[in-house]
Design a binder for this molecule. Structure first.
Ligand code: SAM
Ligand code: SF4
Length: 375
């Protein structure tokens, strides 16, 4: 894929961009084979990829420059700002929003935060788009609430200009550190969540809850998990690290009992709302730590699906799963290295099937789905 910013040396985030996607996939498969070396895999499924560009539904823009001439993008290691509004990973629909946001920042008097001087108010702009109807969620990450009144006063003009902005909020992040967002979220619109839909399953995108950033590949990931589960004798399953419920909501049937566990209450609220919309009565989503929930539970399901953050599920949960021994485990991971480590801590299981999903093209990262069966 061609990226003028990469070619000019202005952004090097996509280390593999100069290689064709077919070569990237081969390298990712090689990496996965190496990581699973010594663990027999019964079926290696073909990797799944999506569009090469315009695939991201989310932009996380560092705001820098001056209030009159803000820059949206990133900071190089030495602190120099880079405008990334032309990044080809974003869909075309992002360009008019970025174009309108720059004069808006000036109009609302939202001085960009200056990292070196520790001054200014606006740290990041976070923009997410729903593929359902092109609706968008815009979040202003601010250092404090000092400019909230100004922001609110200026918003109606922006909303008239960009009616696709369905959810707008201010996130307050007072800490001078590379943390993207703080705990306080102040909604500036009545609507607090953006409706999305993958494979006919209603999902919600909301501040402070994880949502997959590559909708085409994530849809394929969820529908694959659903297809795998439908071939198994499963009436009771857990969806651990469930986020807004993408896996569980795809896999559940009216007869199946399903418990979804996730640490973020905002995500759980979304998952519950989706289950209600689907009319599924046997789905229960709870905001808890996955390991704490699992280790306190004695009602063992036939299938435990896990989709942890990059750190993996860890030794305590592996140990619990080994002892409780559900017949099936599905492991979805964005970090095959920690997944491989965890699978080695589950010696009672054999790997029935593995599939790679190219969720992060042009980088070394990828998502994996693995089905483990109790021996
Ligand atoms: C990779 S995301 C997956 C989310 C979801 N399965 C999906 O498909 O969108 C990992 C999720 O684990 C959640 N999480 C992190 N630590 C957790 C913990 N200790 N217990 C439960 N959930 C946790 C995060 O909030 C995040 O939503
Ligand atoms: S992140 Fe965007 S701008 Fe940066 S190299 Fe990748 S495609 Fe180019």
């Amino acid at each position: 894929m061609q990226c003028a910013l990469f070619d000019a040396g202005r952004c090097r985030s996509c280390q593999w961009i100069e290689h064709p996607v077919s070569q990237q996939l081969t390298a990712k498969m090689d990496d996965l084979h190496t990581l699973l070396d010594g663990l027999p895999v019964a079926n290696w499924c073909s990797p799944v990829s999506g569009p090469e560009q315009g695939f991201r539904n989310k932009a996380k823009m560092v705001v820098s420059g001056s209030v009159e001439k803000p820059l949206l993008g990133m900071l190089h290691r030495d602190g120099t700002p880079e405008d990334l509004t032309d990044c080809p990973l974003y869909p075309h629909s992002f360009a008019p929003v970025f174009a309108a946001l720059k004069p808006f920042v000036a109009r609302a008097g939202l001085t960009p935060y200056n990292v070196a001087r520790k001054r200014g108010e606006l740290k990041y702009l976070l923009l997410t788009e729903s593929k359902l109807d092109g609706g968008m969620m815009l979040r202003f990450v601010l250092r404090s609430e000092a400019k909230l009144v100004q922001l609110r006063a200026a918003l109606p003009v922006l909303q008239a200009q960009l009616p696709q902005l369905k959810v707008i909020s201010a996130n307050i992040q007072p800490v001078h550190m590379a943390i993207m967002e703080g705990e306080t979220e102040i909604f500036l619109t009545e609507q607090q969540a953006l409706a999305e839909n993958f494979n006919g399953v209603p999902l919600w995108i909301r501040p402070q809850s994880f949502f997959q950033t590559n909708p085409a590949v994530a849809s394929a990931l969820y529908s694959t998990a659903r297809d795998w589960v439908r071939t198994l004798p499963v009436n009771h399953m857990w969806d651990l690290f469930c986020g807004v419920g993408g896996f569980g909501l795809h896999c559940a049937t009216p007869e199946m009992r399903l418990t979804g566990i996730e640490i973020a209450p905002e995500a759980i609220a979304c998952a519950t709302q989706s289950a209600q919309a689907l009319g599924l009565q046997n789905l229960h989503f709870q905001a808890l730590d996955s390991t704490r929930f699992a280790t306190a539970s004695h009602d063992i399901p036939e299938l435990v699906l896990v989709n942890p953050p990059r750190r993996g599920i860890g030794a305590a949960l592996c140990d619990y799963l080994s002892r409780m021994a559900p017949p099936y485990i599905i492991y979805s991971s964005c970090n095959a290295s920690t997944m491989a480590k965890d699978i080695r801590l589950l010696p009672g299981y054999r790997i029935e099937r593995v599939q790679l999903f190219d969720m992060f093209p042009h980088t070394a990262h990828y998502e994996v789905l693995a089905l483990l069966v109790k021996q």
